[in-house]
Structure formats: structure tokens, C-alpha cells
Design a protein around this ligand. Structure first.
Ligand code: AMP
Ligand code: MG
Length: 332
């Protein structure tokens, strides 16, 4: 076998390897929480209790760490994730704060309210966590364990609900242990989540509006802000606002599954191919997911009008990558 043959063979094995991690179960002692936060600092995924439901958190500034969240949940598509913080100052480093946001925060934070704000140009939040958007959903949770983990990790955490995609949110540590063991690095085994319902999401971008109904009543938020929160359009799915029009797509047209590249095309490669940008030379799907949105933005910066994309295996997180690319390739 040639060295290069061997390289490809071992890459294939790596790609098809069933991910089976050693999941550490932590209690809520000071020492365990310190150890658990080390997993986050090392780029791992950690499930922890919040007052709404259990969250599956990872360092929101790392594309690779965030890719592991999607991989563990088996999400077939990329939704922007809520970024959890322990202070407003921490949020101000990456999101545009406003007096309206301050009023809502004074009343409802820490707690089950999520606000969508404009992203600052100097933001270091992972483009994968934002699904490529220039806006960001933020929340300061109230739960003491969540707060402790946020402080010890000392980084914003991207954290969707800690359940496999398509199953109900986990409100107890046992739910998480039975469904995500072997897929994530750690689980903090705390008490059951008090609220058991997701956070309410409001957008404070142009017109203040409600994006998801949740733990805090929309009417109460309207009262506090002194405005009528705009309701979602009838045909919009309230449960998944991130899947709507707001999704990022590059300007150029996209041709998928391209094995040969035409002269006027920019090549977004995958695997050992000569290309303008390569999602992962070693066919590592987590790396490819981590690069995806940064590369889509780069293609715009390059002024790419026609983009040819190498075939990407329809397995694991590759399913979400292909979903994103298919949406970007659809006629607009
Ligand atoms: P989860 O983290 O599973 O509770 O889901 C988070 C929800 O927040 C998803 O439905 C997203 O679509 C929504 N979301 C997150 N970021 C944004 C954003 N920038 N704009 C609109 N919706 C968002
Ligand atoms: Mg969820």
C-alpha cells in the first residue's frame, strides 16, 4: 500500500467511526463543577441544568466545540443557538446593547428570557453557533449551577436543549444520561429543571417582536417594554424561527456534488482535492461543519459568482452540512 493510500484508508475509518465518548457524570460539589468546566475549556460538550430545561453547552467562541453539539444532538440542520452568559458586560463584547435590552434585562434577567440583538463586527462568537447570521440570541440564566459553570468556564456558552434531535427536551439529569451518554464529554447531575419549558425568545432588532412563546408571557414583556410585541406571521413556525428567511446564504449560485469543476467556478472542496477553499482535507465532518459558515462568508468576500461543492457524505453531521448547502443552492 502506498503511504497516500494508507492515509485515505485511515481517514475513511476515522470518518465512519462510531463516536463513543467516555461521558463523565458530575455532582454539584465545588470540585466537580471546577472539573466539569475544564471539559468546556478543553473544547468539549457538557450538559448542565438550567431553570428551563437541561442545556448542552460548549465554548461559543469555538467552531469545533459548537460542531460537537450538533454532532451529539444528531441535528439534521443548523439552527442558530442561544448564547448563554453570566453578565451583561460579557454580552456587550459581542452584541449591540440598547436601552430597550437594558429595560428587559432589569426585569427578567437572570431568567428564562432570550433576546436577539445585532452582532458587533468585533464579535468572536462562532459563525456555526450563529448559523452565519449577523444577529445573536443571548440569555443570562438564573440557575445557580448554570451560573457557576458560566463563571468557571469564563466564556460564553452556546447551549441548545440537551436532547437528541426530534426528542423532547430533557428536564432531568436521568433523561440526559440515558439519551446522550457516549455522545458528550460530561453531564452535571443536578435536580430537575424547575420550569420545564424553553425560554421565551424576543427579537429587539428593528421592531420588537416575539419569536418563540415560552416561560415568560409575551404580554408581560410588552408591558415592561411599553410596546406591543409584534407577533410572528401566521405562516411562520413559531417553534423554529431560525429556519425562516433569516438564514444566511452566499450571493453566488451553488452546484452540489461536483466531481469536476468548470473554469468559471470557485471550488469549495472536501477531501484530498485541489480547491480554492477546502472544508476538510482529511474528510473530517466535524472540521467541515466548523469551517462551513466562515467559508460561505469568504466566498462572498472573494466575489464568487458560481460555486462548485465537492460531494459530502450524507452521514452524521454531514446531513446538516448538506441540508445547509441544499438550501443555499435552491433558487432564490
Ligand atoms: P434552542 O437552543 O434549541 O432552545 O433553540 C434556540 C432557538 O433560538 C431556535 O429556534 C433558533 O431559531 C432561535 N434563535 C437563535 N438565534 C437566533 C437569531 N439570531 N435569530 C432568530 N432566532 C434565533
Ligand atoms: Mg430544543
Amino acid at each position: 500500500m502506498h503511504t497516500s493510500d494508507f492515509k485515505i484508508a485511515s481517514n475513511r475509518t476515522q470518518r465512519h467511526r462510531v463516536i463513543n465518548l467516555q461521558t463523565k457524570i458530575f455532582n454539584t460539589s465545588e470540585q466537580d463543577l471546577v472539573e466539569a468546566s475544564e471539559l468546556i475549556k478543553g473544547g468539549g460538550t457538557l450538559a448542565f441544568p438550567t431553570e428551563t430545561v437541561y442545556g448542552l453547552g460548549a465554548d461559543a467562541t469555538s467552531n469545533i466545540a459548537v460542531a460537537k453539539i450538533y454532532q451529539a444532538k444528531g441535528r439534521p440542520s443548523f439552527n442558530p443557538l442561544i448564547i448563554h452568559c453570566f453578565s451583561i458586560d460579557q454580552i456587550k463584547a459581542f452584541a449591540l446593547w440598547s436601552s430597550e435590552a437594558q429595560v428587559a434585562a432589569d426585569k427578567f434577567w437572570p431568567g428564562p428570557l432570550t433576546m436577539v440583538l445585532p452582532l458587533l463586527p468585533e464579535s468572536n462568537i462562532s459563525s456555526l453557533a450563529l448559523a452565519g447570521l449577523q444577529t445573536v440570541a443571548v440569555r443570562i440564566p438564573e440557575h445557580p449551577i448554570a451560573q457557576k459553570i458560566l463563571k468557571l468556564s469564563n466564556t460564553p456558552l452556546a447551549a441548545p436543549s440537551a436532547n437528541p434531535s426530534g426528542t423532547v427536551s430533557a428536564t432531568k439529569a436521568e433523561h440526559v444520561i440515558s439519551r446522550l451518554s457516549g455522545k458528550i464529554e460530561g453531564i452535571i447531575s443536578g435536580k430537575a429543571s424547575k420550569i420545564g419549558l424553553e425560554s421565551t425568545i424576543i427579537s429587539l432588532l428593528n421592531e420588537a417582536s416575539i419569536l418563540r412563546y415560552g416561560a415568560i408571557e409575551a404580554a408581560e414583556i410588552s408591558d415592561v417594554l411599553g410596546i406591543n410585541l409584534k407577533k410572528p406571521e401566521q405562516d411562520e413556525k413559531i417553534s423554529a424561527p431560525g429556519q425562516l428567511s433569516s438564514h444566511y446564504a452566499p450571493r453566488g449560485s451553488i452546484r452540489l456534488n461536483s466531481k469536476t469543476i468548470k473554469e468559471n467556478e470557485v471550488h469549495l472542496g472536501f477531501g484530498e482535492v485541489d480547491s480554492d477553499l477546502n472544508l476538510s482535507k482529511t474528510e473530517n465532518l466535524i472540521e467541515a461543519a466548523a469551517n462551513l459558515f466562515d467559508f460561505l462568508h469568504k466566498l462572498d468576500e472573494m466575489g464568487a459568482e458560481k460555486i462548485a461543492v465537492s460531494p459530502i457524505p450524507e452521514e452524521g453531521i454531514g446531513i446538516a452540512i448538506n441540508d445547509r448547502l441544499r438550501r443555499a443552492a435552491a433558487p432564490r
